[in-house]
Design a protein around this ligand. Structure first.
Ligand SMILES: Nc1ncnc2c1ncn2[C@@H]1O[C@H](COP(=O)(O)OP(=O)(O)OP(=O)(O)O)[C@@H](O)[C@H]1O
Ligand SMILES: [Mg+2]
Length: 501
């Protein structure tokens, strides 16, 4: 019997889930009894590591040692902290996952081995790879990495509401994802996924902080610098976040912070908050519209709109939605936990698909679930086939956005030059015919000592696969020389290969 644990690696809050006696997802509380853990990691000057609320509090005193949302920086190899040793975003995510593993063990009596970790739908390939790597370094096996809104669809049991199209909007701490899904019988088919990589509660909080700082400046003439008053800035962030939370139940609240006896006090109403984040909300609504356009549907085709994620607890997002689309979104699930619940359900479905019997938190066997999920890719992936002198500078997409996952596609290419004996194949994330410089370089691939062909085009077959986690593998075959080669992902080696040169 196999057990799987769900992990929502939120940029603000980590959540863990298992399956109860009836096979329903349930939260695994943290050792201190909370339903989630702050994603903060703090490294003390002596190198000691703290996580969760303790880390967040230490971050108030000593912001230089605290990383709040490491997941956001997973596409970079930049050293984020040098205390004890040099640590990059991937190291911080590893610490978070180790913390999660210890928390699950303390609550369930068993260390987790197999996990389902959801990721933002718009996550670039390098970020996906780094989440998996961080989990493996923490000693866990990743069964599945569903897109967060796809997990949300299952966590909110959208499939139980009958056939039809549902659009799910997940506004998190730092990312926003929109997914449309078609439910037919027991199958949930994801139609398309869009996202805003940097949009969420952290940004909304910043708008409120900026507004309060403006008030401080008006009152006291000038602002203290960040270096001079780190505590003032951290405190203001905390207060602004508390005020935003309070506004989900009240229509008005206060923010007070002080520096050197100079105080700032502002009244924040829900309407003012809506105004401050109005531009952000507009972008989220545009993203919903784009998703429906990409899926080839209109508002009238959608049976249900569902909003999940912490910031949607404040009614301003649903209200803006109702104004723009003339429809009221719903959430029949705790909006904080839809994603992590979905991870447990999808983990169960995947294990059953692999022929395993799934066990609940009591170690008892669960009967098979009668549901199926079909996921699609969020980014177009293609290749540029490069010769010695003549370079193909554009992306030829092999796996368009929206390709079912898993899937395999083969493309026929020709070497650029007559008599060519070496070829460099570059794997690119970006739209069809996009210039290479505008694409993300995922990896490359050299083939050499090819038999030269002078009298006709030299064919090359390139096969690209998406595995069940959206990971890419590529093979090229030269039928003239009868050799093949495999992709070498290179972003792990230099870590910050952001764009193809
Ligand atoms: N009642 C509330 N009203 C408004 N915002 C809230 C409320 N509760 C939590 N939030 C905000 O929600 C955010 C966290 O939401 P959530 O847990 O969905 O994000 P996450 O999963 O950690 O992030 P992401 O999905 O972007 O990785 C924080 O910015 C927090 O301030
Ligand atoms: Mg989230």
């Amino acid at each position: 019997m196999t057990r799987v644990i769900g992990l929502d690696l939120g940029s603000s809050r980590l959540k863990a889930s298992t399956l109860d006696g009836g096979g329903n997802p349930k939260i695994i509380p943290t050792p201190s009894g909370e339903m989630y853990m702050d994603s903060a990691v703090y490294i003390a000057p002596d190198g000691k590591v703290l996580t969760g609320i303790e880390a967040r509090h230490m971050g108030l005193m000593d912001p230089g040692g605290c990383i709040m949302n490491a997941k956001r920086y997973l596409d970079s190899n930049k050293v984020l902290c040098k205390r004890g040793k040099e640590r990059r975003a991937i190291d911080f995510v590893q610490i978070q996952i180790e913390t999660f593993a210890a928390w699950v063990e303390s609550q369930t009596g068993e260390p987790p081995k197999l996990v389902v970790v959801s990721i933002p739908a718009n996550f670039r390939q390098d970020k996906r790879e780094n989440v998996k790597l961080a989990a493996e370094r923490a000693g866990l096996q990743v069964l599945l990495m569903p897109h967060e809104p796809t997990a949300g669809v299952f966590g909110a049991a959208v499939y139980e509401r009958g056939d039809g199209v549902a659009v799910i909007i997940d506004v998190g701490g730092s990312t926003t994802d929109v997914t449309s899904a078609k439910i037919v019988g027991n199958t949930t088919q994801i139609l398309t996924t869009n996202g805003l990589e940097k949009m969420g509660g952290i940004d909304f909080c910043q708008r409120v902080v900026d507004w309060a700082l403006q008030a401080y400046k008006q009152q006291h003439g000038q602002l203290p610098s960040q270096q001079e008053a780190p505590l003032f800035y951290q405190e203001l962030h905390e207060r602004a976040e508390q005020a935003i939370h309070a506004l989900s139940r009240r229509t008005e609240t206060h923010i007070i912070a002080s520096h050197n006896s100079q105080m700032v006090q502002v009244n924040l109403t829900r309407d003012k908050y809506a105004q401050l984040i109005g531009e952000d909300i507009g972008k989220i609504m545009d993203c919903v519209q784009q998703n429906m356009t990409d899926a080839g549907i209109t508002v009238d085709d959608v049976a249900e709109f569902l909003t999940i994620g912490g910031p949607t607890l404040n009614p301003v997002i649903d209200e803006a939605f109702a104004r723009r689309f003339n429809r009221k979104p719903w959430a029949n699930v705790d909006r904080n936990f839809a994603v992590v619940y979905g991870n447990s359900i999808l983990g169960r479905m995947e294990l059953e698909r692999q022929g395993h019997t799934v066990s609940n938190d009591q170690g008892c066997a669960l009967p098979p679930l009668a549901y199926a999920a079909r996921e699609v890719s969020a980014h177009p992936i293609g290749v540029a086939v490069v010769g010695k002198s003549l370079r193909q500078l554009f992306n030829s997409v092999l796996l368009p956005k929206g390709t079912p996952i898993p899937s395999t596609q083969m493309g026929h290419f020709q070497l650029a030059e007559r008599g060519q004996t070496d070829v460099l194949i570059e794997i690119l994330q970006g739209p069809e015919r996009a210039p290479k410089k505008d694409c993300l370089l995922l990896g490359h691939f050299d083939m050499s000592n090819l038999t030269p062909v002078n009298d006709r085009p030299h064919p090359l077959e390139i096969t690209m696969r998406h595995d069940k986690n959206g990971m890419i593998t590529v093979e090229a075959f030269d039928p003239i020389t009868n050799v093949s080669g495999d992709l070498q992902i290179d972003y792990r080696k230099d870590g910050q290969k952001d764009h193809a040169a």
